[in-house]
Design a protein around this ligand. Structure first.
Ligand code: GAP
Length: 438
């Protein structure tokens, strides 16, 4: 399928079926900000919950945190973001649109918008942090920044968490939250936006053990995406060269996905050394050393960071799951989402709207609800169309109540991917779905 075609299809399906809407659409939208609809919010929550379960609940060496978005502005001086979190910006003197100077088209001297050649201003550095004022006075002393990464909330709480949770190095702190960047050239749907969510984990280790932990976390994180059902051939690592490394990083590997618009990063694994803790110690005047028992050795831990973009991962999941198949001369659009993260797990249909079938189907849906299995009831239109509607949004199983259900108490369950149907007792439906999800 041509590249643009797939992106257009994803954007259109997302809007039509309630995955993702443009923010403030009735006002013409907001620059590269998106809202998640009824299905999108479920999908994104399922991805986040899966991440939290594997990073926090299933480990005893990682603690959770939910730090505030607004922080003391000195945090961003210490972290290097006030001086260094910049992109080179240039303006086309013909159409007056602004771009990142390092975009490939721009580097060749041609305006990506109006096509004019060699009409750019000199680059100037543009800070990507959003600013606002705290309190009623709007002057520079009241300036605060809206966090561009969640990581700093973890660094400044390092000793709070370590002491309260009685953790010993090596251990980690995980957090999921919003981050904001005033990107010069956002785009590609939810790939590069100005408001987004990150799922980050900072793992504090003894200096000298950092390379080993870095390698371990690379494996763990790559495996996580494979377990999510992402096709392996679409995933790869990209090691940062010296000119790509962030100001805080000794080593960095991106996990990349082959999007319709090329191989791009959606998670970064960074060895941040002791850069952040040492800087916060210097700027705050508070000791951020760890005292290792039983030797009483003092050191500032090194940090291995895993930083996943939740929205980008959602785009990976959607792009990877989208399929078009020919079924008896008709195109079947299918979202082959892993059942664990699919927004709706099961749809329940009465074959016809009479003879007591709707009541039985409602009863099954009520049982699914009681077991907190997200389900959907549909009795409108031909059964084939109802199946197609669920295929398109990625519902793994469709349960149909038919004549035999009334006679023998059984229903059919159709599998979205194989199209195979099994017949089981109505009383077994909840257990059957729970077993498939476990
Ligand atoms: N704390 C480290 C950090 O923030 P990063 O590589 O700048 O590192 C990590 O960002 C992840 O956050 C990226 O891999 C990406 O998935 C996501 N991300 C960054 N900027 C984004 C943007 N403008 N829109 C959507 N996601 C973004």
């Amino acid at each position: 399928m041509p590249t643009q075609d797939l992106m257009d299809k994803l954007v259109s399906l997302s809007k039509r079926r309630g995955y993702i809407f443009q923010s403030s659409e009735i006002y013409g939208g907001t620059g590269s900000v998106w809202d998640y609809g009824p299905l999108g919010v479920e999908l994104k929550r399922n991805i986040k919950e899966r991440w939290w379960a594997s990073m926090v609940h299933r480990r005893d060496d990682i603690e959770g945190l939910d730090a505030a978005i607004l922080m003391n502005p000195r945090v961003w001086e210490a972290s290097g973001h006030v001086d260094g979190f910049t992109d080179p910006l240039i303006e086309c003197t013909n159409c007056h649109r602004r771009f990142r100077a390092d975009l490939p088209e721009v580097a060749e001297g041609q305006c990506p918008s109006c096509g004019k050649k060699d009409a750019f201003t000199e680059p100037r550095m543009f800070n990507l942090m959003f600013k606002t004022f705290m309190g009623p006075v709007e002057d520079s002393s009241a300036t605060v920044y809206i966090r561009p990464e969640t990581a700093q909330g973890i660094f400044v709480n390092f000793l709070n968490v370590q002491g309260a949770a009685r953790q010993k190095v090596p251990f980690g702190i995980a957090q999921i939250g919003k981050a904001f960047r005033n990107e010069i050239t956002p785009g590609n749907f939810i790939f590069r936006t100005r408001e987004f969510e990150q799922a980050e984990m900072q793992f504090f280790v003894k200096p000298g053990e950092d390379d080993d932990w870095f390698a371990r976390w690379m494996d763990v994180r790559m495996q996580w995406h494979k377990d999510l059902g992402i096709r392996e051939e679409k995933l790869r690592f990209h090691k940062h060269g010296p000119d790509e490394l962030a100001h805080y990083a000794k080593d960095a590997h991106d996990i990349e996905y082959e999007f319709p618009f090329g191989w791009k990063e959606f998670e970064g694994i960074h060895n941040r050394t002791d850069f952040d803790l040492a800087r916060h110690q210097e700027y705050s005047g508070k000791r951020l050393e760890y005292i290792d028992a039983p030797t009483n050795e003092r050191f500032i831990p090194y940090v291995i960071e895993t930083s996943m973009g939740v929205d980008r991962t959602t785009l990976v999941v959607l792009a990877d799951a989208y399929r078009e198949e020919d079924v008896e001369g008709e195109t079947r659009v299918l979202m082959a989402l892993s059942p664990e993260i699919a927004p709706v797990k099961a749809a329940v249909f009465p074959l016809v709207k009479k003879d007591g079938m709707p009541e039985l189907a409602r009863k099954i849906q009520s049982d699914l609800r009681s077991a907190a299995i997200n389900s959907f009831y549909d009795q409108s239109g031909a059964i084939g169309r109802r199946y197609r509607r669920q295929d398109e949004v990625g519902t793994p199983w469709c349960i149909t109540v038919d004549g035999e259900s009334l006679e023998k108490g059984t229903v059919t369950i159709r599998d979205r991917d194989t199209l195979e149907q099994v017949r089981i007792s109505m009383d077994q439906v909840v257990t059957w779905i729970q077993e498939q999800l476990s």
